[in-house]
Design a protein around this ligand. Structure first.
Ligand code: 13P
Ligand code: SF4
Length: 334
């Protein structure tokens, strides 16, 4: 985890507890009253704690959340996710108020590259097309030509003319996965998410042996994602291994005849998978794959966010305009 992320996280513990309702039912009743009164929508990522997922108007992956933010007619968006996601919502809906209930909810992956580092990388590769994963700051997106998420990275890279050099950032595992799927050679930034990098190929292979009937679902940010592809080809992993974004994991399980699944991503997704598929069995690839930033959003903080209007996300207009171009190009593709 980078120092910047740690500082943000530590910062959150100094926040004063919200006054007012104390029990969970009281908090939910107040949140419901306030969201109606303020014409607010609650958007939640699939890694949020169960209580937040259960009260959200919409739960999804980062692409689906960006789409929802772009089309909502609410006046206020309470973003239950991490900072770069709330920033993306603000860039797409500048006229709306976007609130992040805890400013300390950062992302260790987004913190691996700054706009200045990207400008320097571009200077070394003039004319290259820059593809930025959405897990980046607005300043970094403003330096990019096009954004991508884990659910559309392959299509985004396929849309770039063959003769163009590509700079792909900041996730090295997603980058290697995209290289293999597209056959395109890219320059890849050596960033990683500390949560997904901790999901090891050996643990996944062991679980696959222990659960021979299970399908294996792998998020392409995982440390095991690139080796998973070789292992499937070599027969070391189930042939029904799928590399999917969190939203596509949910769709995949819904439509799969399989009864058990090994899930290689952050454990927050298990809540919805279990809720929607009560007859099916889900085994996390690592119980320790917990994103501390995603878990910072609580019912109490959502209540305070709606009540006290905290914390509004603002993005400089010139940076937002450039970042919006890169995000909108991605949304047009898929
Ligand atoms: P998804 O877009 O697949 O939800 O991933 C977002 C993320 O932050 C993964 O760690
Ligand atoms: Fe960032 Fe990793 Fe958390 Fe996703 S799981 S928000 S990439 S730190």
């Amino acid at each position: 985890m980078s120092q910047m992320s740690v500082d943000r996280w530590v910062g959150s513990s100094a926040l004063a507890p919200a006054d007012g309702p104390v029990t969970q039912d009281e908090l939910i009743a107040e949140i419901n009253r306030l969201r109606k009164e303020r014409n607010a929508v609650l958007l939640a990522h699939n890694y949020q704690i169960p209580e937040i997922q259960d009260i959200a108007d919409f739960t999804g992956d980062s692409l689906a959340l960006a789409r929802q933010a772009a089309k909502t007619d609410a006046d206020v968006i309470v973003f239950c996710g991490v900072h770069f996601m709330a920033e993306t919502a603000k860039i797409l809906s500048p006229e709306k108020k976007v609130l992040l209930p805890d400013l300390a909810a950062g992302c260790s992956l987004a913190d691996t590259i700054t706009a200045e580092q990207l400008r320097e990388w571009k200077r070394q590769h003039p004319g290259a097309v820059v593809v930025a994963y959405v897990n980046t700051s607005a300043e970094v997106k403003a330096e990019a030509d096009i954004c991508c998420t884990s659910s559309n990275a392959v299509e985004v890279v396929q849309s770039i003319p063959e003769d163009k050099e590509i700079l792909f950032l900041p996730d090295m595992f997603l980058g290697s996965y995209v290289e293999k799927m597209t056959g395109r050679k890219m320059h890849i930034w050596m960033g990683e998410c500390h949560v997904h990098a901790g999901i090891h190929p050996d643990d996944v292979a062991r679980l696959a042996q222990e659960h021979p009937d299970a399908e294996l679902l792998v998020h392409p940010e995982c440390g095991c994602s690139t080796s998973a592809m070789y292992e499937v080809a070599a027969g070391g992993l189930p042939s029904n291994t799928a590399l999917l974004s969190t939203g596509n994991m949910i769709k995949h399980v819904r439509n799969s005849p399989a009864q058990s699944f090994i899930v290689a991503t952050e454990v927050g997704i298990l809540h919805r998978l279990r809720q929607e598929n009560p007859g099916k069995r889900f085994v996390p690839a690592s119980e320790e794959a917990v994103c501390p930033f995603m878990k910072m959003i609580t019912l109490e903080k959502v209540y305070r966010s709606l009540k006290d209007d905290v914390y509004p996300i603002e993005v400089d207009a010139e940076i937002a305009a450039r970042a919006r171009r890169a995000i909108e190009r991605m949304i047009e593709i898929g």
